[in-house]
Design a protein around this ligand. Structure first.
Ligand code: PXP
Length: 237
């Protein structure tokens, strides 16, 4: 199972002071040397952490799969005229949210989303939709024909490991992972995963890649980025 490390909060810390520390390039180097397969950033509308200049820097200095999370309902064209990441993950972005609050609901007109996916296909950029682990939502997402679906593991991550609610949430994730895999799409998962709750997700063989940020960056304060990344990878390989 692959790991894409979300490095947004390295940029969050940098933006607090507006300088250049901590250095994003150094952090990415450390995460990749520790064995991560790729890097994820969320280019938020309020630019509170990752800046366009960061994406420019990553694109010119690193030959790695870059996954950019982007609001599903913002026009991507000007971004795509400058950048060509390996993948764009479309997420719902609510103003003032502290983090992505849930997956795409896809319960109203999805034609603009369909057009966004078509333009990504045309530009040969892989697309992923961030979706809560409910078969009805996964089925809606499948009709849009993205390259991948990222299962939102947030609800699962909020349960006590081993509890009934945890087992139920895990079972929903497994069911949805197989639903996506059986349609031939890549299965991704992420949000709220850490070195404890990742262990059961790592056993779902059809999940191809995890996207983990906050827990790795938080843990790195105590043990460094390299070890924090390796502590996750230990369960994936
Ligand atoms: N996947 C998506 C779509 C996200 O928006 C985020 C948070 O930016 C993550 C995964 C990673 O979540 P966490 O930072 O809790 O590991």
């Amino acid at each position: 199972m692959k790991l894409s490390v979300n490095i947004d909060h390295i940029a969050t810390l940098r933006q607090v002071r507006g300088g250049i520390e901590p250095n994003l390039s150094q952090a990415i180097t450390e995460v990749l040397e520790a064995g991560a397969d790729g890097i994820t950033v969320h280019l938020r509308k309020d630019l509170r952490h990752i800046q366009l200049a960061d994406i420019e820097m990553i694109q010119s200095n690193f030959n790695i799969p870059l996954n950019v999370e982007f609001d599903a309902y913002t026009d991507l064209n000007s971004f795509l005229s400058r950048f060509k990441p390996a993948m764009i993950t479309l997420v719902p972005e609510n103003p003032n949210e502290v983090t992505t609050e849930g997956g795409l609901k896809l319960d109203s007109d999805t034609s603009s989303l369909g057009q966004t996916l078509a333009s990504l296909r045309e530009k040969q950029i892989h697309s992923s939709l961030f979706i809560d682990p409910k078969p009805i939502l996964i089925n809606r997402a499948l009709t849009l024909n993205p390259d991948a679906i990222e299962i939102n593991t947030n609800h699962y991550s909020l349960q006590t490991v081993g509890s009934k609610a945890y087992e139920e949430a895990l079972s929903n994730i497994k069911e949805c992972a197989h639903l996506i895999h059986n349609e031939g799409l890549r299965v991704l998962a992420g949000h709220g995963l850490n070195r404890f709750n990742v262990q059961d997700i790592a056993k779902i063989s059809v999940v191809d890649e995890l996207n983990i940020g906050h827990s790795i960056i938080a843990r790195s304060i105590y043990v460094g980025l390299s070890r924090a990344t390796q502590e996750i990878l230990l369960h994936l390989r």
